[in-house]
Design a protein around this ligand. Structure first.
Ligand code: SAH
Length: 350
């Protein structure tokens, strides 16, 4: 039968389910060709065969095996594929390159590394309620990062890469015109604070993160403009003990890392150190209420939190409970069009 006369039947349920489950293989093959640097090579040098990538551009692989992985990626639209065996870049592969303004390379690479290992424990996490980093990596997740500087650096890079779009959201949707000092709690490398200081010339900013991360952050983000560096400081500390005084606290992808008790302690620390009529700006998912099946990325991220650490994504009602318990109330929720469908949850003192 030629294709013009083919009648397309809907896929049977078992085929639909298998396609979904193969999502794990999709994830792995895209991550691993990214780790092999294929998207960058194609962006820099244009279309070529797997053999040429290996012979001329330092891709470490066996030609026929790389070709098989690339064909799988091309079938997903990541690369183009020609009848003569050349693979080319696309808009999707561009997002997997290092210097793309919307690069997700580092996050995608992490997914095939230590994150993949931790995810193998999902069933145990569901069964026991215990995060699985200790079982899979030998240590709790945050301890594992502190003990492995390369992993900590990769994690910082992954967070930065994941954060580019949500960072843009904060810059566009939150107004800091009348703010004096902002602390980015768990601010990672400091990319958000620096962008804020660039936009608001009167603003001062502090990045608070674990002491082990601070030298890595400073190495990765070098600020040469004295107009920025004079208003920027990095503090190594523990946000559960205290946070430096400020009128605005930003917590981007922080609250979802912790259980309710820890979150309330952290938010109370912000409440206590807050100067004037300040605000807290949290950026995280707001889960749809029970019965609303929308929002797959946030729900999968919620499972990611379950398997890694004792954090979770929260519904609006749960966010409200946290804020109330710490002396805040929700002022506005603004949804962002970022990778995980997250929102800005802005709170003010009650
Ligand atoms: N806000 C950043 C990073 C989020 S990842 C972003 O959106 O990209 C979570 C961050 O919390 C990491 O940088 C981690 O080092 C930091 N963190 C974990 N425990 C902490 C603690 N007790 N005190 C301060 N920061 C902490």
């Amino acid at each position: 039968m030629d294709s013009a006369t083919t009648i397309k039947e809907p896929s049977p349920p078992e085929a639909v389910v298998i396609q979904m489950v193969m999502g794990a293989w999709v994830s792995k093959v895209i991550s691993d060709v990214t780790r092999l640097n294929v998207p960058d090579v194609l962006k820099q040098h244009g279309s070529m065969s797997a053999a040429e990538m290996i012979a001329r551009h330092g891709v470490e692989a066996r030609p026929e095996c790389l070709e098989r992985a690339l064909r799988a990626c091309a079938s997903l639209g990541i690369f183009t594929e020609s009848a003569t065996g050349e693979f080319g870049p696309t808009k999707l592969s561009d997002a997997l390159t290092m210097d793309s303004p919307v690069s997700v390379k580092k996050l995608v690479e992490s997914l095939a590394g230590s994150w993949w290992k931790v995810w193998t424990g999902l069933c145990d996490a569901i069964r026991t309620g215990e995060p699985q980093a200790r079982n899979q990596l030998g240590m709790e997740w945050w301890d594992y990062l502190k003990a492995n500087p390369k992993e900590m650096e990769d994690f910082g890079e992954a967070m930065k890469s994941n954060s580019l779009s949500s960072m843009k959201g904060v810059l566009e949707k939150c107004d800091f015109t009348n703010s004096k000092k902002v602390v980015d709690v768990g601010g990672g490398f400091g990319h958000l604070i620096i962008a804020l200081l660039e936009k608001y010339s009167g603003l001062r900013g502090t990045v608070l993160d674990v002491p082990e991360l601070i030298p890595i952050a400073k190495k990765n983000i070098q600020v040469n403009d004295p107009g920025i560096s004079s208003r920027l400081e990095y503090i190594g500390g523990d946000m559960f003990k205290s946070v430096p005084p400020a009128d605005v606290y930003v917590m981007k992808h922080i609250i979802h890392d912790w259980d309710d008790g820890r979150c309330i302690r952290l938010l109370r620390n912000c409440h206590q150190s807050m100067t004037g009529d300040g605000r807290v700006i949290c950026v995280d998912a707001v889960l749809a209420p029970m019965g609303d099946t929308a929002g797959t990325p946030a729900k999968l991220l919620d499972c990611n939190m379950m398997v890694f650490i004792s954090g979770k994504e929260r519904t609006k009602v749960q966010w409200d409970e946290l804020y109330q318990a710490a002396g805040f109330q929700i002022h506005t929720i603004t949804s962002l069009r970022d990778n995980f469908g997250t929102s800005i949850i802005e709170g003010v003192k009650k």
